[in-house]
Design a protein around this ligand. Structure first.
Ligand code: CA
Length: 219
């Protein structure tokens, strides 16, 4: 899952980026509100973690503009502004969650998982698809009770495909999910991960749709 982190504090930003990447998120990090607005216009991530006190443009303005154009992108505000009034304003402006600094990285992780679950209409983080039970938090899938461990990038691909069984995702979209802006993408990276996933799950579990991309069939 791709997270856009907007945070102007270098130390905090790099800690959050490292912590989220360790949990399997792909994190793009911007330090400026105006740049964030521009980035959100051209390429929406799966989740936005937004500081409020930002150079260029205040985080609340970024959020306001996002909601004004009907975007339902899940947003977590991460800020030192900790009064009740500020929290209410943040949530009423359209944030899905509000976390006050200093915070615990584990809690940030859990809150991001919670808002992405809700967005996908699920009550738990487990994803069920036919005889598959996928646990994206534990990086584990079970088929008929047989548990299979997944590497972080395999986990990210499977999570994206299982969010929408029966609908294909392009290789380009999967590359975006796997890699942040700064990272070089190896040209056959997606194919390699799909190959490993098929070996683990069985060949027929992930279909190649010629000229379109990859798909997990609807159960
Ligand atoms: Ca700040």
């Amino acid at each position: 899952m791709r997270v856009l982190l907007v945070e102007d504090d270098e130390l905090l930003g790099s800690a959050v980026q490292a912590g989220l990447e360790q949990s399997g998120f792909t994190v793009d990090w911007l330090r400026d509100g105006r740049q964030a607005s521009l980035a959100l216009h051209s390429d929406e991530p799966d989740l936005l973690v937004l500081d409020l006190g930002l150079p260029g443009k205040d985080g609340l303005t970024v959020l306001n503009e996002l909601r004004a154009r009907q975007s339902s992108l899940p947003v977590l505000i991460l800020t030192a502004r900790d009064t009740v009034e500020e929290r209410i304003t943040g949530l009423d402006t359209g944030a899905d969650d509000y976390l006050v600094k200093p915070f615990d990285l584990g809690e940030l992780n859990a809150r991001l998982r919670a808002i992405s679950r809700r967005r996908n209409g699920r009550g738990t983080s487990l994803i069920y698809c036919g005889d598959l039970v996928f646990d994206p938090v534990a990086h584990c899938i079970s088929i008929d009770g047989r548990e299979i461990q997944l590497h972080a990038k395999e986990n990210a691909i499977l999570e994206a495909l299982l969010q929408r069984p029966g609908l294909p995702l392009s290789r380009e979209r999967l590359e975006q999910i796997l890699y942040g802006w700064g990272e070089g993408v190896e040209s056959n990276a997606v194919e390699v991960h799909i190959h490993h996933l098929r070996r683990k799950l069985g060949k027929a579990r992930i279909l190649t749709i010629r000229g379109v991309g990859y798909m997990i069939p609807k159960p």
